[in-house]
Design a protein around this ligand. Structure first.
Ligand code: NAD
Ligand code: UGA
Length: 331
C-alpha cells in the first residue's frame, strides 16, 4: 500500500514502545492507540509511584488496547514481550546532555548502549521486522555552516552524544547481520518540545519562570541555537518510520529552523505577557553552539515534513502547563 506521498507502507497491529512513561514515548503511545494499534509500553518508571509517569500515561492507561509493563531494560526478559510485534519503538534512554559527564556515565552507557543491545538481540530472537530508535541531533556536535545532513561525519561533544551514537551504530550492526530479520530506522531527533516536555529542558523551564515559578538558569550567553522540533511532528515521523517500506537507515527529524535561546525567551515573554526571570550561569560542557537539520532525506523516504511552527508549539505547551499546574495559571 502506498500513501499520498508515494511511500510504500506496512500495517501495524501490535507494537512495543520502550520509554513509554517518558515525554516522547508517551506521545508515541497515545498516537498509536488513537490509530487502533495494540500497544505494549515498557518503562522502569512506575505510574503507581511516579506522578510524572502517571500524568504522561493518563490517557493510555484507560485504553483496553494498552498494556503497561514496569521493567528495566538492562535486566528484564524481553523476547516474550516482543513476540509478534510488528515494530518496536525504542525510546527509553537517559536523555540529558549536560548531566552525562563523570560518574553518571556508567548509567548512560547501561541505559543507552547496553539496554539498546538487549532490545536489538530480543528483536532478532523473535524476528521483529522493524525497530525505530530515538537517536539524537547531538551526535553531530556543533554545526559549522549550513544544515547537518546524515552523511556529515558525527563529532559528538558529550558523553551522552557518544552513547546515542553507539546505540545508533548497534542498530545498524544488528540490522546488517545476514541472519537478522530486523530493519532499523534511527531517527536523529532535534531538541523536542511540546506538552509533557521533560522538566530539565529549556522551553518548559522558561515557561515556568515566566509564570512566576523559579528563575531559569541560563547557561552561557543565550546565543546558542537549536532546531526546536514539536513533539507531534516527531511522533508522525516515528510512526512513518515504523510503517515505511524502506531498509535500515539513519534520518534527521528536525524542524529545519535554528532559533537562539534568547529568541525563544523573547517569544515566551510575548506569549505570556511576563518577563522570563533568569540566573546567568556559565556555559555547560557538552552544550553545542548550534544545531540545524537537513530534513530532505526524511521527506524523500518517509514523506515527512514538520507542520508546527515554534510559536504555535510553544503556545500548546503553555496551554498544557497552565491546564495542569493551577498554581502557575493563577500566578
Ligand atoms: P524521558 O526521560 O522523558 O523518557 C525516557 C524514558 O526512558 C523514561 O521514562 C525512563 O524511565 C525510561 N528509561 C530510561 N532508562 C530505562 C531503562 N533502563 N529501562 C526502562 N526504561 C528506561 O526522555 P525523552 O525526552 O522522552 O527522550 C526519549 C528518547 O529520545 C531518549 O532515548 C532520548 O535520548 C531521545 N531524544 C530525546 C530528545 C529530546 O529533545 N527530548 C532529542 C533527541 C533524542
Ligand atoms: C535536547 C534533549 O534534552 C536531549 O535529550 C537531546 O538529545 C537533544 O536535545 C538533541 O537534540 O539531541 P538540548 O538541545 O540541550 O538537548 O535541549 P534543552 O535542554 O531544551 O536546551 C536547549 C538550550 O537551552 C541549551 O543550549 C541549554 O544550555 C539551554 N538551557 C536549557 C538553559 O540555558 N537552561 C536550562 O534550564 C535548560
Amino acid at each position: 500500500m502506498n500513501d499520498r506521498h508515494g511511500v510504500e507502507r506496512r500495517g501495524l497491529k501490535r507494537v512495543v514502545v520502550t520509554g513509554a512513561a517518558g515525554f516522547i514515548g508517551s506521545h508515541v503511545v497515545d498516537a498509536l492507540l488513537a490509530e487502533g494499534v495494540t500497544v505494549v509500553g515498557v518503562d522502569r518508571r512506575d505510574p503507581g509511584g511516579d506522578p510524572v509517569a502517571a500524568a504522561n500515561l493518563a490517557v493510555a492507561l484507560g485504553s483496553p488496547d494498552f498494556t503497561f509493563v514496569v521493567a528495566d531494560l538492562r535486566t528484564c526478559p524481553l523476547a516474550a514481550l516482543f513476540l509478534q510485534a510488528d515494530a518496536v519503538f525504542h525510546f527509553a534512554g537517559l536523555p540529558g546532555v549536560r548531566g552525562s559527564w563523570g560518574e553518571r556515565f556508567a548509567e548512560y552507557t547501561a541505559c543507552n548502549v547496553f539496554a539498546t543491545e538487549r532490545v536489538l538481540a530480543a528483536c532478532e530472537e523473535v524476528r521483529v521486522p522493524r525497530l525505530v530508535y530515538a537517536s539524537s541531533s547531538s551526535v553531530y556536535g556543533s554545526i559549522l555552516e549550513g544544515a547537518s545532513g546524515e552523511k556529515r561525519t558525527p563529532t559528538p561533544e558529550s558523553p551522552y552524544a557518544v552513547s546515542k551514537l553507539a546505540g545508533e551504530q548497534l542498530c545498524l550492526a544488528h540490522a546488517g547481520k545476514a541472519s537478522s530479520a530486523v530493519t532499523a530506522v534511527a531517527l536523529r531527533l532535534f531538541t523536542v518540545y511540546g506538552p509533557r516536555q521533560r522538566p530539565d529542558m529549556l522551553i518548559g523551564r522558561a515557561l515556568v519562570a515566566a509564570l512566576g515559578g523559579p528563575a531559569l538558569n541560563l547557561y552561557g550567553s543565550g546565543d546558542q541555537r537549536r532546531d526546536f522540533t514539536y513533539v507531534g511532528d516527531v511522533v508522525r515521523a516515528a510512526i512513518a518510520a515504523a510503517t515505511a517500506g524502506i531498509g535500515s537507515t539513519v534520518l534527521n527529524i528536525g524542524a529545519g529552523v535554528s532559533t537562539s535561546v534568547l529568541d525563544v525567551l523573547a517569544a515566551i515573554e510575548e506569549l505570556t505577557g511576563h518577563p522570563v526571570r533568569v540566573n546567568r550561569l556559565s556555559a555547560e560542557a557538552g552544550d553545542v553552539d548550534a544545531t540545524l537539520a537537513d530534513r530532505s532525506r526524511a521527506g524523500e523516504l518517509l514523506g515527512w515534513k514538520p507542520r508546527t511552527a515554534l510559536v504555535q508549539g510553544i503556545s500548546r505547551q503553555l496551554a498544557h502547563l497552565t491546564a495542569n499546574s493551577p498554581q502557575l495559571a493563577n500566578a
